[in-house]
Write a protein that binds this ligand. Structure first.
Ligand SMILES: Cc1cc2nc3c(=O)[nH]c(=O)nc-3n(C[C@H](O)[C@H](O)[C@H](O)COP(=O)(O)OP(=O)(O)OC[C@H]3O[C@@H](n4cnc5c(N)ncnc54)[C@H](O)[C@@H]3O)c2cc1C
Length: 337
């Protein structure tokens, strides 16, 4: 099988932030056999490889050295159905949102709260995507990947993926594991998860709730709050919600009694968007980049921005939040190279 590498490939339309970026080489991966072949070829020529999905969680530099390999592996297979569940094995290149909608149309439940998250199925375990009270790890049975270090095909059971808040084994070992398929166990019966306030309010007085209705509600809420990357470059939340220890939380709470906070494994989780709003940066613009006027957690590219423009803004946001609250914000999208 030949590997068709395209030189000097423009990635501006391949990253949701719309940052100007050019790859030394680009290739679309449509068959899994291409992966070991590409890794060998890259090693021979001493070229790094970036495994790309939909580019919705990446902050790309102006030039990306080496090979950008976009995973376009297709396919959805129904492996098994029981009275309670369905087991589905899905190619890494499937578009996440379309897959979620398809599962609901088939009567398979569990992913509805994760509607409209941009990107590919293969990237969903990387940062353990989450929204509206659900994390994808809750529905994952196993992840198939090629280990570029040991040069072996591996299958990771969910409990071996080290899933955490926007975190996993795959995220902690950038570039090492190339995810080719993700297997999901979905429920045939619908168990609504409506703990997130806007959903709870929406379905407050409703006794019969349908998963497709929740899917539609999530889409509507998201559309009203988040800018669409196809019209305004952004990567969704630019910062993780910070987790502080109990002592730090109590000190902050006594000073700011209305500080939004949620339980977390190792303390309390704060809302990064609220912290940014409190330092007065919501709607702040600096040349070609800015903090979104409706959602302070989202940094936007008004057009033609580079990674440097965006990083300068991110540094300003972090510095002001640190100065006022003593809380260190951590960037969520992955910077490359
Ligand atoms: C408007 C907007 C809203 C968003 N909302 C949410 C949200 O609510 N919750 C949430 O969790 N995220 C959210 N995100 C972030 C993003 O959608 C997710 O992280 C998504 O899973 C990224 O998918 P992708 O295919 O675009 O990955 P990419 O951006 O292409 O890649 C992300 C990382 O994963 C790696 N990667 C991608 N595919 C593979 C693979 N097959 N094998 C190995 N590594 C791979 C890449 O190398 C990179 O390190 C949002 C983004 C946007 C733009």
């Amino acid at each position: 099988m030949s590997l068709e590498l395209k030189p000097q490939f423009d990635l501006t339309a391949f990253n949701a932030l719309g940052l100007r970026s050019v790859a030394e080489f680009y290739i679309a991966i449509t068959e899994s056999d291409q992966i070991p072949q590409l890794i060998r070829c890259a090693a021979e020529q001493n070229l790094p490889v970036l495994w790309l999905g939909g580019g919705s969680n990446l902050v790309l530099g102006k030039s990306v050295p080496g090979i950008v390999a976009q995973l376009k592996l297709p396919g959805v297979e129904l492996l098994e159905t029981t009275t309670d569940s369905a087991l589905l094995r899905v190619g890494a290149g499937e578009v996440w949102h379309y897959f979620v909608r398809w599962t609901l149309e088939q009567g398979y439940h569990g992913l509805e709260n994760l509607a409209l998250i941009p990107g590919s199925v293969g990237a969903s375990p990387v940062q353990n995507i989450g929204a509206y009270g659900v994390e994808v790890c809750e529905l994952i049975e196993c992840v198939d990947a090629y280990d570029s270090l040991s040069q072996q095909w591996l299958s990771f059971a969910a409990e071996d993926c080290q899933f955490g808040y926007r975190d996993s084994l795959f995220k902690r070992n950038p570039g090492r594991f190339v995810i080719t398929r993700v297997t999901f166990r979905l429920n045939r019966e619908y168990h609504p998860k409506l703990s997130y306030a806007p959903l709870a309010q929406r379905f407050d007085h409703q006794t019969e709730i349908d998963a497709l209705e929740v899917f539609e509600a999530v889409c509507q809420i998201r559309t009203s709050k988040l800018p669409d990357p196809s019209t305004l470059g952004n990567a969704g939340s630019f910062f993780k919600n910070p987790v502080v220890n109990q002592a730090q939380f109590e000190a902050l709470h006594s000073q700011y009694p209305d500080i939004p906070n949620y339980p977390a494994d190792s303390g309390r989780k704060l809302a990064a968007g609220w912290l940014i709003e409190q330092v007065g940066l919501r709607g702040y613009t600096d040349g070609r980049v800015g903090v979104h006027r409706l959602q302070a957690l989202v940094l936007v590219n008004y057009g033609g921005a580079s990674r440097c423009d965006l990083e300068a803004l991110a540094e300003r946001v972090k510095a002001q939040v640190l100065q006022k609250f003593g809380v260190q914000l951590e960037q969520e999208p992955i910077a490359y190279p």
